[in-house]
Design a binder for this molecule. Structure first.
Ligand SMILES: Cc1cc2nc3c(=O)[nH]c(=O)nc-3n(C[C@H](O)[C@H](O)[C@H](O)COP(=O)(O)OP(=O)(O)OC[C@H]3O[C@@H](n4cnc5c(N)ncnc54)[C@H](O)[C@@H]3O)c2cc1C
Ligand SMILES: NC(=O)c1ccc[n+]([C@@H]2O[C@H](COP(=O)([O-])OP(=O)(O)OC[C@H]3O[C@@H](n4cnc5c(N)ncnc54)[C@H](O)[C@@H]3O)[C@@H](O)[C@H]2O)c1
Length: 479
């Protein structure tokens, strides 16, 4: 057990703040509280997870792999390129894990303890590592244990030798011949695009009738076309019924409209969502309530049903993004050190990026949602290929995608945006900032941007009002 404590008898330590889980919000809060002179204990169940999901098994390795896949040249051997990429990414995460550990361990008032946490009562947590036991008593406790993948209860799936979670795949050195991804959400589509780019055959089975069903049809269609053009087989409305393993591969049986179909694969990625990691935490012993969906119940200040215990990040059932966990830490830090006014209700215009190539980024309302809410909507948009004054996309050799902004015609404020374009993961942050600060669309369209940059597309798209057509022929833009 790290933290200088081992032995078979139970030893007790006290802290001002106990953080359970080395996630984004928890580690940042631990450092903030330590700099304020508070005695902090950070509990993490695995020495392979210092720094949490994002740097070890989430955002960082996956986005690094997307990069490695994208720079593979046609003549490069897929298997050896992939193996090298996995090796390079392992080196990267090892380096980042070490830095994350050091970041806390070098602070005088922080003790990092490695072991699994379980509440004994509302102020005491037991940590177990092998036969070692340690109790930590703290006035303030922050639960930051993240989430775990859901594996659907489908016949043969849980026991299949070919089944992988995203974490398993990140440690698989053999490039699958045929990867079948179950679930077409963020994780499923990112892995599908990445493995296709590495050279695998890829099929995605999605239960919903449409891929990206929450997006406007014209936007979803552009993304789906890009993925299909890449050679990915996208199968919506699929009800997976059984997985049956053979000696060299596995057969996935599914139904579409009641009609049976099959796919053979040498790897199945389960990407059907993640649920809060609360198993074994003994929340009932601390009197901490859990929602019907299995998340720790919190108020807008992220306090649980026990006001001295907070829950931040994926475990509180909020949106599962690293930057939300980080923002959760700001709310709790304000509660512990500031005036306690910051809350989840302050969040506006939170952007998202799906890291396919080119990336797909969104913020705020879709056109459909804005119209449903009764806004007088004006749309500014263009297919990227039809932009004339954005040389960056031509320099980079990728003119796929579209830019679409949803504007309130009465106030000229931006209600939302969907960008499918190189650099969209950067441009979306500018649009989100403009939305948060009520910068009108006209102002964003008339601003000075560096050249050549992808941001310049805002000059063009917001500066003109024209009608363009999506590849399907549906109206993409109207005023
Ligand atoms: C493959 C993948 C790709 C992703 N890509 C992105 C992305 O590009 N951008 C983005 O914003 N988000 C992405 N996400 C989501 C993002 O990683 C999570 O939302 C975020 O990491 C959650 O952070 P957290 O602070 O809630 O906790 P986590 O970072 O999950 O940390 C929780 C920690 O608690 C530890 N723990 C759990 N139970 C116990 C216990 N009982 N005792 C002690 N320790 C315990 C765990 O070992 C873990 O280290 C991705 C997720 C995945 C899986
Ligand atoms: N770029 C990013 O920010 C990023 C990347 C990866 C993951 N994440 C986060 O990780 C979390 C988990 O990602 P995810 O994609 O697993 O979850 P998700 O909830 O985003 O998507 C799950 C998908 O699986 C489908 N599904 C569920 N059961 C199914 C079944 N039995 N058969 C076929 N399809 C089924 C759902 O309809 C849904 O489309 C997300 O909430 C996301 O916030 C973020």
């Amino acid at each position: 057990m790290v933290g200088g404590v081992s032995g078979t008898e139970s030893i007790g330590i006290t802290a001002d703040v106990l953080v359970i889980g080395f996630g984004k919000g928890g580690k940042t809060l631990a450092a903030t509280m330590a700099r304020e002179g508070r005695k902090v204990v950070m509990l993490e169940q695995s020495d392979q997870m210092y720094g949490g999901t994002c740097i070890n098994i989430g955002c960082v390795p996956t986005k690094a792999l997307v990069h490695h896949a994208d720079v593979r040249r046609p003549g490069d051997d897929p298997q050896s390129w992939y193996q090298d990429a996995i090796g390079a990414v392992t080196d990267l995460t090892t380096m980042m894990r070490g830095r994350n550990f050091q970041m806390l361990d070098t602070l005088d008032t922080v003790t990092v303890v490695t072991g699994r946490a379980s509440f004994l009562d509302a102020k005491t947590v037991e940590v177990a590592a092998g036969d070692d036991r340690l109790t930590v008593n703290a006035d303030t406790i922050v639960i930051n244990t993240g989430s775990v993948p859901v594996i659907p209860d489908i016949r043969g799936m849980r026991t299949s030798a070919y089944l992988a979670t995203s974490t398993d795949l990140l440690h698989t050195k053999e490039l699958p011949r045929h990867l079948v991804v179950i679930g077409g959400g963020y994780l499923g589509l990112e892995f599908a695009a990445m493995y296709r780019q590495f050279g695998s055959e890829v099929s995605v089975l999605e239960a919903s009738p449409k891929f990206l069903g929450r997006e406007d049809d014209d936007v979803a269609e552009v993304v789906v076309d890009i993925l299909r053009d890449q050679g990915i087989t996208l199968i919506p409305d699929a009800r997976v019924t059984e997985v049956s393993d053979g000696s060299a591969d596995t057969v996935i049986r599914f139904e579409i409209d009641g009609r049976p179909r099959t796919l053979e694969a040498d790897k199945i990625l389960v990407a059907t969502g993640r649920v809060p990691a609360i198993e074994g935490l003994g929340l009932d012993r601390a009197g901490i309530r859990v929602t019907e969906r299995g998340a720790i119940e919190v108020d807008e200040y992220l306090r649980t049903s026990r006001p001295h215990i907070y829950a931040i990040g994926d475990v509180n059932g909020g949106p599962q993004f690293t930057y939300i966990s980080l923002d959760d830490h700001r709310i709790v830090a304000d509660g512990l050190l500031g005036d306690g006014t910051r809350s989840t209700a302050d969040r506006r215009a939170v952007p998202h990026t799906m890291f396919i190539t080119p990336p797909f980024s969104t913020v705020g309302l879709t056109e459909t949602a804005a119209r449903e809410r009764g806004y007088n909507v004006r749309i500014a948009g263009k297919l990227v290929a039809q932009t004339a004054a954005t040389p960056r996309v031509r320099i980079m050799g990728d003119t796929r995608g579209l830019i679409k902004l949803v504007i309130d015609a009465d106030t000229d404020l931006i209600l939302g945006a969907a960008l499918v374009s190189i650099d969209s993961q950067e441009v979306i942050n500018l649009i989100a900032l403009a939305m948060r600060h009520d910068v009108p669309a006209r102002e964003l369209g008339n601003s000075i941007y560096t050249h050549p940059s992808t941001t310049e597309v805002l000059n063009e798209v917001l500066g003109t009002v024209a009608h363009v057509r999506s590849p399907s022929g549906a109206a993409l833009m109207s005023t």
